[in-house]
Ligand binder design. Sequence first.
Ligand SMILES: Nc1nc2c(ncn2[C@@H]2O[C@H](COP(=O)(O)OP(=O)(O)O)[C@@H](O)[C@H]2O)c(=O)[nH]1
Ligand SMILES: [Mg+2]
Length: 315
Amino acid sequence: MDVLEPKQRSLLKALKAGDRRAIGRAITLAETNSTRAGSLFREIQPNTGRGHIIGVTGPPGSGKSTLIDGLISALRKLSHTVAVIAVDPSSPISGGAILGDRLRMASHNADEGVFIRSLSTRGHLGGLIPSVHNVANILEFAGFNHIILETVGTGQSEIEIADIAQTTVVLCTPGAGDDVQALKAGVLEIADILVVNKEDLHGADKTVQLLKAMLTLRAPGHKKAQVIKTCATTGRGIDELVTLIKHHYTTTSCNTDKVLREKSRRLLATKAAALLMQELLDARNSELDTICAAFERGERTLAQCVREALKLKSH
Ligand SMILES: Nc1nc2c(ncn2[C@@H]2O[C@H](COP(=O)(O)OP(=O)(O)O)[C@@H](O)[C@H]2O)c(=O)[nH]1
Ligand SMILES: [Mg+2]
């Protein structure tokens, strides 16, 4: 059992009190995946689970940040505290977009009940999970009732976010059939609430119909998803969205043992895969070289080599 260093003990105390600088420091520790932070997170973990984690995802430009800005205002009106983590999974190019997000949400800067942070996952082999999970825990520990995770783009990152979030909101925009097509099956599967944002643009109702039709194609017994229209720039539909989000949290199956178990299993598997990948890449091991050489010569299939490499590990 690790004993916390005095510095970490005081960081923990400041975190518990919701001190912003402490939150910032702890998040930096999580971001860098510092092994020294391990004992800190072991202290934090048992004191989490009380916040509602909401994932907001969808194609770039669909209005996620604008919508989140509206969600923050709506939740603050209800006296809830809100933390936002904008996840940037990609290249330095998106640095500008993240800066834009900061400016867009700047109206909340002076509000003690709001915390906004962009998270760079650049260079973290194995994706987002380890740090986002820890960052969400830090924010829950610091007392935030709602933690909103914004993920950019489409792909694996949303699926991973859905395992951390209790409620996943997926955005698309009207008309652009492409956009709806871009909601690949996997992304549609994770949606608890589908938002057609930019309802002020032409074709919103048609998109809603299309999405509802797509939802009926989901496997029988699949969780239900709601479809709603919003206009994030004017705030139209946002109060209804908050109602749906809260309703999902309190009345649906997002916290049943079965759902929780599935999610934690996937989280564990993702983290395990990332660790294993790192270990195999770092290994300076002649037996691993022998396995690779056999693959290169075509003597073994890739699957055989993987099994051998895994056996190597369990020794
Ligand atoms: N017409 C219209 N534009 C919107 C709406 N919501 C967001 N936008 C605009 O769409 C652009 C992209 O929004 P942003 O929130 O940055 O999208 P994100 O990339 O998904 O975070 C911005 O110029 C917003 O002002 C909306 O409901 N209607
Ligand atoms: Mg954004």
